[in-house]
Write a protein that binds this ligand. Structure first.
Ligand code: DHE
Length: 641
C-alpha cells in the first residue's frame, strides 16, 4: 500500500519535470493531472529545490544530512525557523552551529520559501517519512537527435569540471553509477540551483533551460561516450599560418606602450580585446575560438597565446600596426591551458597546449604554431594505481631557469616535467602528488610549484629542483588560487595565498623553508570572507593589497564583490562592489602595480579600473560582452603574481 501511495506521489510531481521537458516533446507524455494538496505542493518544492543537497531515505550526502524522519528529530518550530532564515538561526542557535560544523562549515543557502511553502514541505517530509525512501523520478527519454545535442551540451558546459568520462575532477564523479544513485530530481536540482561548494546555478542563471536540465539529468544516467582522438596529422591539417615570420615587423609598428597592454577575454563572443594600459583605449579585437579561456605571453611579451575551450590556439602579434592573429591551430578538441617556452636560449621558440580531451599535450612552434609533437598523458592514479581512460592537462607553468614545463595531470595526480630541449618533447619526470590537480603557479623564488588538488582541499608543493613533492597543505574546501599570490608577510616572511570555491576563507601559507622553516608550507593565517565561490586572487610587489573575487558565490551580492587583504595588517580591510550586476572577476594589476583592473562578467560587461593603493575607481570601460580573464602583458610574460 505504502509503495503504491509513494509512486502516486512521484507521479503527481512528475509533471514538473515533464512539463519543463515537454517544450518540443509533448507528444511523448500526456500531462498527468496534479492533485493540489499541501503534501503534493511540498513534494514539488522538495524535488525542485531541496533534493540537490538532501536526500530523503537514501542516506546522508557528502555535505548535507538525509531528512527522512527529521520532523521527529527536531521540533517543527525549529525546522520552520531554520527554513525561514538559516543564516540567522546558525548565528543564534548552538544546535544549528553544531550542525553547520558537522556538515562542512557552510550554512545552507536561504531557500526563499514563504510560511505556507515551508509548512507544505514539512508536511511532505512527515508524510514521506511514514512511507519510506522517496522514489526517484524517471529520466526523460531522449531521441537520438536529443542525445547528440545533449552530449554536445555536456561537453560544452559540464566536462570541464566533471570530465568527459564523468569521473570527476573539480566537480564530483557523475558517472552512471553515481548519477543513478543521486536520481533524476537531485541531478536536476543541482543543475538548476547550484551548490554553495562551487556548482553554478545554471538554471537560475538562465544558462540552461528546464528542457536542457531534464535531458542532461537523463544523459548522466547513461554510460558516458568516448571522445574522438586528435593526431599530429590532424593538428597539422588545422594549422593556418596567417602571417609568415619573415613578413612580421622587426620593431613595433605603433607607438603604444605594448608591454603594458591588457589582453582581455570576451568570453561569449569568442574574442580577445587588446587595451592600452595607459590611455585605456581599445587597440584591437581578435577572434580566438569558442569560450576563450586564458592568455599567456611569450617571455618578451611580444606574442600572446589565446586558448579556446574548443582547443584552438591563436597567436597574436602585438607589434603589428594593429595587433592581430598571425597563426592558428587546433591541437585538442577541448583545452584549458597554453604556455610558452621561457628557458634561457629557448625564449618563444615553443609553445605547449594542454588538452582536456584527448588526454595529451601538443608542442607547437612558438612563432608559427606549427604542431611539432603530440604526447599522450594517460597513466595510473597516484594513490590507487588504477589505470585511467581520461587524464586532463590542467595548469602548465614554465619552470624558471630550465627548459621545462611543469604540467599538472588532473586525474592521475602527477606533475609531469616536459623537457623542450629534447627532440620529441618527452615527459622526463612524473612527480607523484595528489588527485585532482587544477590550477597553480610558482612561489616567489621560482623553485616551488604550488598547485591546487582542489577536490582534496589541498595545495600541493613540488620542489622543481629535487623533482619531488615536499608538502601538502590543507588550506580549506576546494582551494582555487589561479596563479596564486606571492607576498611578504611582516611576521612570517615570504608567503603565498589562495581563496576557496567551497569555503568563505582566504588561506595564507609560508613558502620560505630556509628563512622561516617553522612556517614553511603551513597555513599561517586563515581569514573569513563574506562568501565562498572564490576563483582568483592577485597581488603585485608595488601594491599593499591582495585582491580577490568570490565570483562563483551563490549569493549574487557577494559574487559582485572584490575583497582587499592588507599585506601589512594581515586583515581583510574592505570589500568593494564594482557593479550592481554580473560577477566581479579576476583582479589584474598593470605593469607598475599602480592600477588594478576588474572584470564585470556580464552581457553588459565592463572593466573597472581602480587605484591600486586607495582602491578608488579611476575609470570604467563599458559595453563589453562577458569580459572574464585579463592579462597584463608584462606581468604575464614575467610571471608577476
Ligand atoms: Fe578556468 C585558469 C580550468 C572555468 C577563467 N582554469 C584555469 C586553469 C585551469 C582552468 C586548468 C589553469 C591554467 C594554467 O595556469 O595553465 N576553468 C577550468 C575548468 O576546468 C573550469 C572549472 C570549468 C570549465 O569548463 O572550463 C574553468 N575558468 C573557468 C571559468 O568559468 C572562468 C571564470 C571564465 C571562463 O573562462 O569561462 C575561467 N581560468 C580562468 C582564468 C584563468 C583560468 C581567467 C587564468 C587565471 C590567471 O590569472 O592566470
Amino acid at each position: 500500500m505504502s509503495l503504491v501511495r509513494s509512486r502516486l506521489a512521484a507521479l503527481v510531481v512528475a509533471p514538473f519535470l515533464l512539463a519543463s521537458a515537454c517544450g518540443d516533446g509533448a507528444e511523448r507524455d500526456a500531462p498527468t493531472p496534479v492533485v493540489d494538496t499541501p503534501i503534493t505542493r511540498g513534494e514539488a518544492i522538495f524535488r525542485r529545490d531541496c533534493v540537490g543537497c538532501h536526500s530523503l531515505g537514501h542516506g546522508d550526502r557528502r555535505r548535507a544530512p538525509d531528512l527522512l524522519g527529521v520532523h521527529q528529530r527536531r521540533p517543527s518550530m525549529w525546522l520552520s525557523h531554520w527554513l525561514t532564515d538559516p543564516e540567522h538561526v546558525a548565528q543564534k542557535n548552538p544546535y544549528a552551529q553544531q550542525l553547520v560544523q558537522k556538515w562542512g562549515g557552510v550554512v545552507m543557502p536561504n531557500p526563499g520559501l514563504d510560511a505556507a511553502q515551508i509548512s507544505d514541505v514539512l508536511a511532505f517530509i512527515a508524510h514521506q517519512s511514514a512511507l519510506g525512501p522517496m522514489p526517484h523520478s524517471a529520466p526523460v527519454e531522449l531521441s537520438s537527435q536529443e542525445l547528440d545535442a545533449t552530449r554536445r551540451l555536456y561537453f560544452e558546459r559540464c566536462a570541464g569540471c566533471h570530465g568527459t568520462l564523468r569521473a570527476g575532477g573539480t566537480g564530483p564523479d557523475i558517472g552512471q553509477a553515481a548519477a543513478t544513485s543521486l536520481g533524476t530530481d537531485a541531478l536536476a536540482a543541482v543543475m538548476r540551483n547550484g551548490t554553495p561548494w562551487g556548482m553554478p546555478a545554471w538554471g537560475r542563471q538562465a544558462i540552461l533551460s528546464e528542457v536542457e536540465i531534464a535531458r542532461l539529468a537523463a544523459l548522466l544516467q547513461l554510460p558516458p561516450a568516448q571522445g574522438p582522438a586528435l593526431s599530429l596529422e590532424e593538428a597539422k591539417g588545422s594549422w593556418e599560418l596567417l602571417v609568415p615570420v619573415a613578413q612580421r615587423p622587426s620593431l613595433p609598428e605603433h607607438g603604444w606602450d605594448w608591454q603594458d597592454f591588457f589582453g582581455v577575454i570576451l568570453r561569449d563572443s569568442g574574442q580577445v580585446a587588446i587595451f592600452d594600459g595607459t590611455s585605456r583605449a581599445e587597440v584591437a579585437r581578435i577572434d580566438a575560438g569558442f569560450a576563450v579561456h586564458i592568455l599567456r605571453a611569450s617571455s618578451d611579451g611580444r606574442y600572446l597565446y589565446a586558448v579556446g575551450r574548443d582547443g584552438w590556439v591563436t597567436l597574436i602579434d602585438l607589434w603589428s600596426l594593429v595587433p592581430k592573429a598571425v597563426a592558428r591551430v587546433r591541437g585538442c578538441w577541448d583545452a584549458r591551458s597554453v604556455e610558452s617556452s621561457k628557458g634561457a636560449g629557448y625564449e618563444q621558440r615553443y609553445a605547449i597546449e594542454g588538452c582536456y580531451w584527448p588526454s595529451q599535450y601538443v608542442v607547437l612552434d612558438g612563432l608559427t604554431l606549427e604542431p611539432l609533437a603530440v604526447q599522450g598523458v594517460l597513466g595510473e592514479t597516484v594513490d590507487t594505481g588504477e589505470p585511467l581512460s581520461e587524464v586532463r592537462v590542467a595548469s602548465i607553468a614554465s619552470v624558471p631557469g630550465a627548459p621545462l614545463w611543469a604540467v599538472s595531470l588532473k586525474e592521475s595526480g602527477h606533475v609531469a616535467l616536459v623537457d623542450y630541449s629534447k627532440g620529441d618533447f618527452p615527459i622526463v619526470a612524473r612527480i607523484p602528488v595528489e588527485r585532482f590537480l587544477h590550477d597553480g603557479g610558482m612561489d616567489s623564488t621560482g623553485r616551488y610549484l604550488l598547485v591546487a588538488a582542489n577536490a582534496k582541499n589541498r595545495v600541493e608543493v613540488v620542489d622543481l629542483q629535487e623533482r619531488q613533492r615536499v608538502a601538502s597543505i590543507e588550506t580549506g574546501v576546494l582551494p582555487h588560487p589561479g596563479r596564486g599570490a606571492n607576498f611578504i608577510d611582516p611576521t612570517f616572511g615570504p608567503v603565498n595565498a589562495t581563496t576557496h570555491l567551497g569555503e568563505p576563507a582566504l588561506s595564507v601559507y609560508g613558502t620560505d623553508p630556509i628563512g622561516h622553516p617553522e612556517q614553511a608550507w603551513t597555513v599561517v593565517r586563515k581569514l573569513a570572507l563574506p562568501s565562498s565561490g572564490g576563483l582568483f586572487l592577485k597581488t603585485h610587489p608595488a601594491s599593499p593589497w591582495v585582491l580577490m573575487d568570490m565570483a562563483l558565490s551563490t549569493d549574487p551580492e557577494a559574487a559582485r564583490q572584490i575583497c582587499a587583504y592588507s599585506k601589512q595588517t594581515g586583515q581583510i580591510d574592505r570589500c568593494i562592489t564594482p557593479a550592481s550586476r554580473g560577477k566581479a572577476l579576476q583582479p589584474e594589476f598593470n605593469r607598475a602595480g599602480s592600477e588594478v583592473w576588474v572584470s564585470v562578467w556580464d552581457h553588459a560587461g565592463e572593466l573597472v579600473i581602480y587605484d591600486a593603493v586607495s582602491l578608488e575607481e579611476r575609470a570604467r570601460i563599458t559595453g563589453l560582452e562577458t569580459p572574464t580573464g585579463k592579462f597584463n602583458v608584462f606581468n604575464t610574460a614575467r610571471d608577476v603574481y
